[in-house]
Design a protein around this ligand. Sequence first.
Ligand code: SF4
Ligand code: SF4
Length: 61
Amino acid sequence: MEKSKIKIDIKNCLACGGCISVCLQDAIYMISSKANLDDKKCIRCGICIKTCPIGAIQESK
Ligand code: SF4
Ligand code: SF4
């Protein structure tokens, strides 16, 4: 069974850093001015989803 995952739409990412600063798991990091997510560290708390000003972070099945 596939668990839901957090996905970042990097095409729209503004590199504001908001998601990185709120993630308590250190699961998001910047590559070439785009936010990237480490699935192994992410606990799917959803805080980053609420933080992104442009809705670029979503939960997907
Ligand atoms: S869902 Fe939570 S743990 Fe996962 S990247 Fe977002 S803030 Fe970090
Ligand atoms: S909060 Fe959204 S726009 Fe800002 S760095 Fe994270 S994904 Fe990109």
